[in-house]
Structures are given as C-alpha cells and as structure tokens.
Design a protein around this ligand. Structure first.
Ligand code: PXP
Length: 249
C-alpha cells in the first residue's frame, strides 16, 4: 500500500504572506504526523518564497517520520542537502516565475549536471528521486543517470477531463510498470486530490504519494468553523480585565 508524504509548503506560504511567525510549518508537520502522515515533504526554493532554511533544519530535528527535501539540482542546494541530511532528496526543475513546479525534469537535456548532482548527494548517503513526467524516455534516462527512485508527475492526470482521465492514468500505470521493471523505486505526486487519488494509490509498486495543496485546503475547510468559534468565545468571555480603565470625571 502506498504511504503518504504531506507537502507543507502552503503553510509556509501563509506565514510568508505576512512575514509573521504563524502558521508554523514545523508545528503543523507534527500535527500531520499525528494524523498519519508517513513523511513530510518541503520544497526549499532558490527564492525562499515559502519554506526557509531554518524550517528545514528544525524539521530534521523534530519530525519522527521521513523528511523528503525537494530542490533544484544546483550547487548551493546540494551543499544545503548534505548539511541537512534529509531521508530523501527529490530533484525538481525550478523556474523563478512559476507558481508551482510545472513539468518534470528534462533528464536528457541536463544529463551531466544530474549525474554529478546524484553522485554527490547519494555519495553522502541520501537517496535521490527524480521528478519526471510519466514518459518512457525520462524513466530510462533516470535509470541511466544513477537515480534510485523516480516520482511520476501526476499533474496531467489530475487536470484531465473525465474523458481523458483514463488515458492519462494509463500513461502513469505504464510508466510505473517500466520504472519497476528497471529496478527503480516509485513515488508519484502533484495535483492529487480527494477525488482522484484512489486510482493512483492502487498502482502496483507505488511506494509514496506526495500531496500538498488539497490537504492544506481541506484543513482550512474542516478547521475554520472551530477557529472562529474559539475567537468568538474569547471575545464574549474575556479572560482578563482591561489593562487600563479610563477614570470617569
Ligand atoms: N511532488 C512534487 C515534486 C511537487 O513539486 C509538488 C508541489 O510542490 C507536489 C508533489 C505536491 O503537489 P500538490 O501540492 O499539487 O499536491
């Protein structure tokens, strides 16, 4: 059965929108673990738009499940990963202007850099997964550059209309089969929701699904009523007297 890696980047997005201290992704990671997360995933982006270096170091010290660090294969990030020592590094393509990771890695076009990056990270004892589109060339190329894992991009499946969804699913299933037959270990993610996850979870050999947006969205939906209730209660039942009572003349 596939396990669940919870991507908590969006928690940091909310914090960074105010440059405040809450919500704290580290605290929320511990709650995700209480809920059954098998791992915590964060994407430390070059522009540090959400997760910060400090978050990743604190996560490394506090979570009790696995830490999956998504990052671009740059020299700076590789040095960072070796310091942090996550349980897995998932290499992803990164473009500054994108809202989220758009496509998978182009392995052929970056063969030399990827090979060196993978050697360096795996040489430090950290397994590397490559985030790729579910295409046979990318899977074969992933194997040839020395990756031990691939994470199949499920975005096209997730975005497909009902008519095309079975076709997109078949691509992921075939890609999974090929990856397994080459001895690669298998993860998947991107765009998975409460509506579309089940088919992907049934794929044979699928080890972990990395899911973020829909879980954080759902947590707002299931938590907002209670949060408002707590605030309303405090307003109606203040625990303190006012700091200063103006004197009446
Ligand atoms: N896997 C990878 C490699 C990603 O970049 C992301 C998005 O950060 C996810 C999984 C999770 O995608 P989503 O937030 O759509 O669930």
């Amino acid at each position: 059965m596939a396990s669940l890696g919870v991507n908590i980047d969006h928690i940091a997005n909310v914090r960074q929108a105010r440059k405040a201290v809450e919500p704290n992704p580290v605290t929320m990671a511990l709650l995700a673990e209480l809920g059954g997360a098998d791992g915590i995933t964060v994407h430390l982006r070059e522009d540090r738009r959400h997760i910060q270096d400090r978050d990743v170091f604190l996560l490394r010290e506090t979570i009790r499940t696995r830490l999956n660090l998504e990052m671009a294969p740059t020299r700076e990030m590789i040095e960072m990963a070796i310091k942090i020592k996550p349980d897995m590094v998932t290499l992803v393509p990164e473009r500054r202007e994108e809202i989220t990771t758009e496509g998978g890695l182009d392995i052929e076009g970056n063969r030399n850099n990827l090979k060196i990056s993978i050697e360096r990270i795996q040489g430090a004892g950290i397994p590397v997964s490559l985030f790729i589109d579910p295409i046979s060339e990318q899977i074969e190329a992933s194997k040839s550059v020395g990756a031990k894992w691939v994470e199949l991009h499920t975005g096209s499946y997730a975005e497909a209309t009902l008519v095309n969804q079975s076709l997109e699913f078949a691509k992921i299933q075939e890609a999974s089969f090929l990856a397994k037959s080459l001895g690669l270990r298998l993860n998947a993610g991107h765009g998975l929701t409460y509506q579309n996850v089940e088919h992907i979870a049934t794929i044979k050999g699928m080890e972990e699904l990395n899911i973020g947006h829909t879980i954080i969205s759902r947590s707002i939906a299931v938590g907002l009523k209670e949060a408002v209730r707590e605030m309303k209660y405090l307003i109606q039942n203040p625990r303190n007297e006012p700091f200063y009572e103006p004197q009446e003349d």
